[in-house]
Design a protein around this ligand. Structure first.
Ligand code: PXL
Length: 290
């Protein structure tokens, strides 16, 4: 029967407090009219950024059983979207999942969650970096931040991360590993304190950039929010540059809705304040071809 709603398999952890991961993926995609089937990779009391004594339960064994049941149900997906993985073994599980459930029109988005601010997250190690590098070969779209781009390309900590031509080379090198579209976030601007998002569409041979307004705060979970809006927007049929614009605007709005309040940054952004804006028409577009 013709499907009336688009369905996405969301392969992420569930962090109980602090926002991000499935706590962001589900409401964002639901608000965009997309049905989310969650395949949890791990359950945590909080995300790992800014909390040291978090509880972590790895769900590798459960994932296999969940996938087996979904296979018996012959489920199909318009999108497959992965993020934080709980063990190196899950790399193979996600790769097999994509091979089994992907059809001609399935959009596969891999957010290679590994680290930020020049450092690996607490639960990540070099095996995960190597695994993620192999997993992105199965993706149509990847959304690394600048730290993850560097790790995936095996660049050293000393490697300078600014300069438009350099970032374009990195995006090309990541696309050479497999994905059609590479979206790099948190790219430092050369002449001011701001950052931008740079995207490369290998088939079109084009680079796009959207500048992000500067706010002196760093909230965990914004990478998951960004990648979720990208996934929803592409599934809704938006172009790559328009999807970038929507995701950057939504993250900026969430940060602005939070920044004026005096809560610790580790508690994440007030996503609920801005969710309804996902249904508003795009009011302004600021993408540039670079
Ligand atoms: O936002 C990425 C992310 C996802 N899941 C967990 C995390 C992080 C980043 O810190 O800790 C558990």
């Amino acid at each position: 029967m013709h499907s009336v709603i688009q369905r996405v398999a969301a392969i992420h952890d569930l962090s109980g407090f602090g926002g991000g991961s499935l706590s962001a993926v589900i409401p964002i995609l639901s608000a965009m009219g997309i049905q989310v089937c969650a395949l949890p990779t791990a359950i945590l009391s909080t995300h790992t950024g800014g909390f040291s004594d978090f509880h972590f339960r790895d769900l590798t064994a459960d994932m296999r059983l969940i996938i087996e049941h979904w296979r018996r149900l012959s489920l199909s997906f318009a999108g497959i979207y992965s993020g934080f993985l709980g063990s190196a073994e899950q790399i193979d599980i996600v790769r097999d999942f994509i091979a089994t459930f992907r059809s001609e029109n399935t959009l596969v988005v891999v957010d290679p969650v590994l680290g930020d601010d020049g450092k690996l997250y607490d639960t990540m190690d070099i095996c995960m970096v190597d695994g993620m590098r192999s997993l992105i070969a199965s993706a149509d779209v990847i959304t690394p931040n600048i730290t993850e781009a560097k790790l995936l390309l095996g660049k050293s900590g000393q490697d300078v991360t600014s300069g438009q031509e350099k970032i374009k080379d990195w995006a090309r090198a990541l696309a050479d590993l497999g994905p059609r579209c590479v979206i790099i976030t948190s790219v430092p601007e050369e002449h001011d304190r701001g950052t931008s998002v740079v995207a490369y569409d290998k088939h079109a041979g084009r680079f796009w950039k959207v500048a992000c307004s500067y706010i002196p705060a760093c909230y965990p979970g914004t990478g998951d929010i960004f990648a979720s809006v990208i996934t929803g927007s592409l599934l809704q049929g938006d172009s790559l540059p328009l999807s970038l614009d929507r995701a950057v605007q939504f993250v900026s709005m969430a940060i602005r809705a939070t920044f004026g309040h005096n809560f610790p940054e580790r508690e994440g952004v007030f996503l609920e304040r801005v969710l309804p804006s996902l249904n508003a028409p795009v009011s302004m577009s600021s993408f540039e071809l670079i």
